[in-house]
Design a protein around this ligand. Structure first.
Ligand code: CMP
Length: 133
């Protein structure tokens, strides 16, 4: 099924000047980028974006990290785009991420894990509407 998914390149990766390297991996995997922008989250926007994590112990650190610098937001479109991009990202914790995944290649830690991707069709719809309205 043709789907859209929302991704970020997070502040740790933008600060290390590896935006191009990460986009190159997406392109080499034939994931079609149909929207792309650099932006900076306001605290309230970040809190709204991550609302489903609001009760988690890591929520405050997550918000502080996501507003600590610029991010690059993008939309990928294609057959099974949500799962294909999630597999390419790898596990949330880079110590558990498989060889060749973005997080194995680039992430520093479970918090500074370089990339985000929507979890489901409903999350993707919500996230795309929020970021690319
Ligand atoms: P992501 O899935 O993009 O969005 C939620 C983020 O919370 C996740 O990436 C991690 O970077 C961060 N996080 C920090 N600690 C945890 C944890 N214990 N479980 C899940 N996510 C965590």
């Amino acid at each position: 099924m043709k789907e859209k998914t929302l991704g970020f390149i997070k502040p740790d990766a933008v600060k290390r000047n590896i935006v191009g390297e990460i986009l190159a991996v997406l392109e080499s995997e034939r994931l079609d980028i149909i929207e792309l922008k650099m932006m900076r989250f306001e605290r309230r926007e970040a809190e709204a974006f991550y609302i489903e994590h609001a009760s988690q112990p890591f929520f405050e650190d997550l918000i502080a990290f996501m507003i600590s610098g610029k991010i690059v937001a993008f939309v990928i479109e294609g057959e099974n785009a949500i799962v294909r991009y999630k597999e390419l990202m790898g596990a949330t914790d880079p110590r558990e991420a498989l060889e060749g995944t973005l997080r194995k290649l680039f992430a520093l830690s479970e918090d500074e894990n370089s990339v985000h991707g929507s979890d489901s069709i409903s999350a993707a719809n919500r996230e795309i509407a929020q970021i690319f309205r």
